[in-house]
Write a protein that binds this ligand. Structure first.
Ligand SMILES: C[S@@+](CC[C@H](N)C(=O)[O-])C[C@H]1O[C@@H](n2cnc3c(N)ncnc32)[C@H](O)[C@@H]1O
Length: 206
């Protein structure tokens, strides 16, 4: 199953699912909002059902929410409408094919998506291209290579029953930080609530 088909299929269930660690989610929202300003133009990669997009849009000038899955974007559009968010636009596209101009964004968000890309290095390189110099890259990424290696055994079965996408990288936190820095970013904030939880990183484009 192609990546977009998998996410299209699970979109309705994903929209209904509860955030597992609401405290950490809210802390990440707060830290992110501490870096957002009213004049910023923000891009989000892999926005899913738009939950985070809707929370951040009121703090910026414009928010472009993108995702490879049209079903996810459809839900995100409805969520924005319900919340009367008007400074938001949507795009169904792979991170590597976005219509966004290079050097045009003040911040790019990638929440729970980097480890699902075909190539993490290429994805982060693309994010770097979309950002202005000095702009921010904000991400939260499952670093499954550190303490969640056991999932490697379970993944083939999960895929078989349609519970896992075709691509899942078992990144280690150290590797992720190295890839981000190798793509011309300087890490300015890093927080991981526990070793089994996603790593939240804010980096500045040099
Ligand atoms: C685990 S969900 C996270 C959604 C949302 N960011 C969140 O935190 O709830 C991963 C999302 O990334 C999207 N995605 C996966 N591969 C992608 C790609 N190559 N380009 C853009 N989006 C992608 C999926 O469609 C899905 O909506």
């Amino acid at each position: 199953m192609s990546s977009s088909k998998f996410w299209d299929k699970i979109a309705p269930g994903y929209a209904k699912s509860k955030i597992k660690d609401i405290e950490s989610y809210e802390r990440k929202l707060k830290i992110t909002q501490g870096h957002l300003t009213r004049n910023m133009n923000v891009l989000e990669i892999g926005c899913g059902t738009g939950m985070t997009a809707v929370k951040h849009s009121p703090f910026v000038n414009h928010y472009h929410a993108t995702d490879i899955s049209s079903a996810m974007i459809e839900i995100a559009k409805n969520r924005a409408k319900e919340n009367q968010i008007e400074n938001i636009s949507f795009e169904v596209n792979d991170i590597l094919n976005l219509s966004v101009k290079n050097n045009s964004k003040d911040a790019v968000l990638a929440m729970s998506v980097l480890h699902l890309l075909d190539n993490v290095h290429d994805g982060i390189d693309e994010i770097g291209k979309k950002l202005k110099s000095g702009a921010l890259f904000i991400s939260s990424t499952a670093c499954l290579g550190d303490k969640m290696q056991f999932l490697k055994v379970l993944l083939p079965f999960m895929r078989l029953v349609g519970y896992a996408p075709s691509k899942v990288h078992f990144l280690k936190k150290k590797e992720l930080l190295t890839v981000i820095e190798a793509n011309n970013f300087s890490i300015i904030h890093e927080w991981q609530p526990s070793q089994t939880k996603a790593c939240f990183i804010i980096a500045r484009k040099l």
